[in-house]
Ligand binder design. Sequence first.
Ligand SMILES: [Zn+2]
Length: 92
Amino acid sequence: MRNKGLLSCGAVTAVEDKCKRLLGALSDYVDGEAEEAICAEIERHLAECENCRIVVDTLSKTVYLYRHLEPAPLPAAVRVRLFKRLNLEEYI
Ligand SMILES: [Zn+2]
């Protein structure tokens, strides 16, 4: 569905179409798994598109945190309540 609001000028629409096309490849790009030609295209686009830069930046940080942070330990009281709720008291 095309947005016919304030941003319907040709230039903006062309950029948005490119964004949509590249967004599909961004997760591969952040994982370092995108093909070289696609990487080059994404990097060219990122140089001129702040919106996509923000998306890539946020995605990279999320992936980094997901991979590098230790899982938070479950507080003992929460663990007891959780296990009781799940009828797993014998495992507490
Ligand atoms: Zn973009």
